[in-house]
Write a protein that binds this ligand. Structure first.
Ligand code: ZN
Length: 245
């Protein structure tokens, strides 16, 4: 079994389409790590596309929760708030209910892998320091945890110490999951990268080979920007896509 790993699509249909095209033939099933909506201009089209995929593992993100009323917008800045309130207004009733039914993370995939949006102990938490990372991977759990939320591709190996295997650069970055080590891997954001690289980011997980590959692919940024502006959303949301910030 090979998996396509999608996180933080953020209603960016152009980026999602490019990722599906670039990864064609390289996976059997799909893992979705949350934040399908928010920021971008195509929430319904993105959800409808995800529904057509063979998704076997999925957790919700903080934007998904706020869009369907499960959480309040109080934690969002003004721009994120404007985008999520617009999203709530345009979601079809069916997609609103579909978002509301998404499961809370973490979720286990197999003996090797678990997935979450923010952190295993709190779906909305950002993992920053070594203590967070060590806490994220109990010795008894699967050795690999895939996470999202920060929109920054990153690989941490936890042995005797926490080691950041950075920088994650280039078109493909493959990491082998060694025995007796634990790993936290963020495959980056499909729809709103924040590491200074405007290309869409996704992951390919090969449990049999004990490997994860972080992949970057260009997409129609101008098209996605046009959808944001056409929706009347803040122009900074369109500008940041070109910067990858
Ligand atoms: Zn996000």
């Amino acid at each position: 079994m090979r998996y396509l790993v999608l996180s933080d699509v953020h209603a960016n249909l152009e980026a999602l389409s490019a990722v599906l095209e670039a990864s064609d033939g390289e996976w059997d099933e799909v893992l979705v790590l949350g934040d399908l909506v928010g920021y971008g201009g195509d929430p319904n089209a993105v959800i409808d596309r995800i529904k057509t995929l063979p998704v076997t593992g999925m957790v919700r993100g903080n934007h998904d929760k706020v869009a369907c009323g499960l959480d309040s917008v109080d934690g969002f800045n003004q721009i994120a708030r404007q985008a999520i309130e617009w999203t709530t207004r345009v979601l079809t009733p069916e997609n609103f209910r579909w978002l509301a039914a998404l499961p809370r993370g973490p979720a286990s995939v197999d003996a090797l892998t678990a997935i979450c949006h923010g952190a295993p102990w709190d779906e909305d938490a950002y993992m920053f320091d070594e203590r967070d990372l060590e806490r994220a991977l109990p010795l008894s759990g699967p050795p690999l945890c895939l996470f999202g939320h920060t929109h920054v591709p990153s690989i941490f190996r936890i042995g005797a110490t926490v080691e950041a295997m950075l920088p994650v650069r280039g078109e493909r970055c493959r990491v082998s999951i060694e025995a007796d080590q634990r790993y936290l891997v963020n495959c980056g954001a499909v729809g709103q990268p924040r590491d200074g690289d405007a290309r869409a980011a996704f992951g390919l997980l090969e449990p049999a080979a004990r490997a994860v590959t972080i992949v970057r692919t260009p997409y129609d940024v101008a098209g996605a920007q046009g959808r944001i502006l056409a929706a009347g959303l803040p122009s900074v949301l369109a500008q940041r896509l070109a910067l990858g910030r």
